[in-house]
Design a protein around this ligand. Structure first.
Ligand code: HAM
Length: 430
């Protein structure tokens, strides 16, 4: 058998590929990215890009040494003579905060809104919607603690979902408080669960010492039954005064703006840098345990990476998961556009001329041409197949007169356009 791609990765394929599902369709990826970009740029976000690999230490300190991501899911990068101190990035936030600190972006007006998209890498157990190389759209705001920013960030995610045309999305909102609140809560959980360790799953036994809150997020039915039976109190009961006021303000804005959300005390998130507001967007088509996207506030992250105290908040969508949700809902994505114009020569001696006219017209629009002479019927069929808006053929008459009969493939209407005015014609159609 020919060589295969690595497990947990996908190829993004062009239109017309056999067995094309939405989550591997390149144009569907582009549609999701473009929609998210539009929403974020309208909010004033600037694009940023960071390397695909980073110092392992950045991820360890940023995402957190006790997380599954750091303990079990890192791809280590080796190259000749190197010590293996680099890893493929599992997420974008730690890198963006590193770039912010390293490049003096603090001098830019605050709050600074940044966005990026690209592949992320986690060596997870592969299943539907859970890949080893997946793609995120990521939005981050640095330099403000204001709950208005939290609400605006969540609103933007909701706006992306709306613009994509998804209807079955739920926002699950929680707060994991300030570090001191979390410490109190973790102690509470440890004390409560210590007497029942033997009933916990191995993963949760492990978490009890290191990160007890993560037990609430356990996928084991036995763990969940125990949590229900013990009537474990939610983190929200343990919020300090400031975190509580902040969370109240976030909810107030969202309610005012008509963003529907469910308070979800089980939101704990799988990364250590969060404090206060944390949320996830869920969709049935992706599975109850898998979020479409999630985010939260991370006011301590910059200092944790050795920089100044810079508050931050952000979110990321998994693009593959958005596509699975779109597929599950049967949302029709706009068909990718074909060329504005398709040109074909009717005889071999005019193929070069048709090509030259097409190449020059490309400064105005997408223009394609036939690489060999075609009969008129075949030329228009080919234009149709490529979803062109207009088509024209070039025979000896057009070559001599310098005028093309440009046909609209939608209406069949024809119009004489001189070669010298072709660019203007195409610009007018845009
Ligand atoms: P996260 O919840 O780890 O957060 O990932 C965000 C989204 O990425 C998930 O909701 C999911 O859609 C997608 N995702 C994660 N892992 C996989 C996977 N193995 N396969 C497919 N999709 C996946 C973060 O990454 C944070 N950096 C978000 C953030 C930004 N928080 C603040 N700023």
């Amino acid at each position: 058998m020919a060589l295969q791609r690595p497990k947990g990765t996908q190829d993004h394929l062009p239109e017309g590929s056999p067995k094309l599902s939405l989550d591997v369709k390149a144009s569907a990826f582009a549609f999701v990215q473009d929609t998210a970009r539009r929403v974020m740029e309208r909010a004033g976000a600037e694009f940023i890009a960071t390397p695909l690999f980073e110092e392992a230490e950045l991820v360890r300190r940023g995402v957190g040494g006790s997380t599954d991501i750091v303990r079990k899911e890192m791809f280590t990068v080796y190259y000749f003579g190197d010590h293996g101190g680099y890893v493929l990035r599992p997420e974008g936030t730690a890198s963006i905060v590193r770039a912010y600190l390293q490049n003096g972006l603090r001098q830019l007006p605050a709050p600074l809104k940044l966005w990026t998209h690209g592949p992320m890498f986690r060596a997870e157990n592969v299943q539907k919607g859970r890949l080893r190389q997946f793609h995120q759209v990521d939005y981050e705001v640095l330099g403000s603690k204001d709950p208005l920013i939290d609400a605006e960030s969540i609103w933007l995610m909701w706006e992306v979902v709306r613009e994509l045309g998804l209807s079955g999305v739920r926002v699950k909102l929680g707060s994991i408080g300030d570090p001191a609140d979390r410490e109190t809560y973790n102690t509470y959980l440890q004390e409560l669960l210590a007497a029942h360790v033997d009933r916990l799953s191995d993963d949760s036994k492990d978490r009890l010492g290191r990160n007890p809150m993560r037990i609430l997020d356990s996928k084991s039915a036995g763990d969940q039954a125990l949590i229900a039976e013990l009537g474990v109190r939610p983190m929200l009961d343990f919020l300090g005064e400031e975190a509580r006021a902040h969370f109240g303000a976030v909810q107030g804005y969202l309610s005012d703006w008509g963003v529907p959300f469910d308070l979800d005390p089980s939101i704990v998130r799988g990364l250590d840098y969060y404090r206060r507001t944390a949320w996830e967007l869920h969709h049935e088509g992706v599975g109850a345990k898998s979020a479409l996207g999630g985010g939260g506030r991370y006011d301590g992250l910059a200092a944790q990476l050795g920089g100044a105290e810079v508050p931050g908040i952000g979110w990321a969508f998994g693009i593959e998961r958005l596509l699975l949700a779109l597929e599950a809902e049967g949302v029709q994505l706009p068909a990718p556009e074909g060329p504005a114009l398709f040109l074909a020569a009717l005889d071999e001696e005019n193929v070069g001329l048709a090509a030259r006219i097409a190449l020059e017209a490309r400064s105005a629009a997408r223009v394609e041409f036939a690489y060999r002479a075609l009969k008129p019927g075949n030329a228009f069929r080919e234009a149709d197949r490529r979803r062109a808006r207009y088509a024209a053929v070039i025979g000896s008459e057009e070559a001599a007169g310098g005028v093309l009969n440009v046909k609209s493939l939608a209406t069949g209407a024809q119009r004489a356009v001189s070669v010298s005015e072709l660019r203007t014609f195409l610009l007018e159609q845009a």
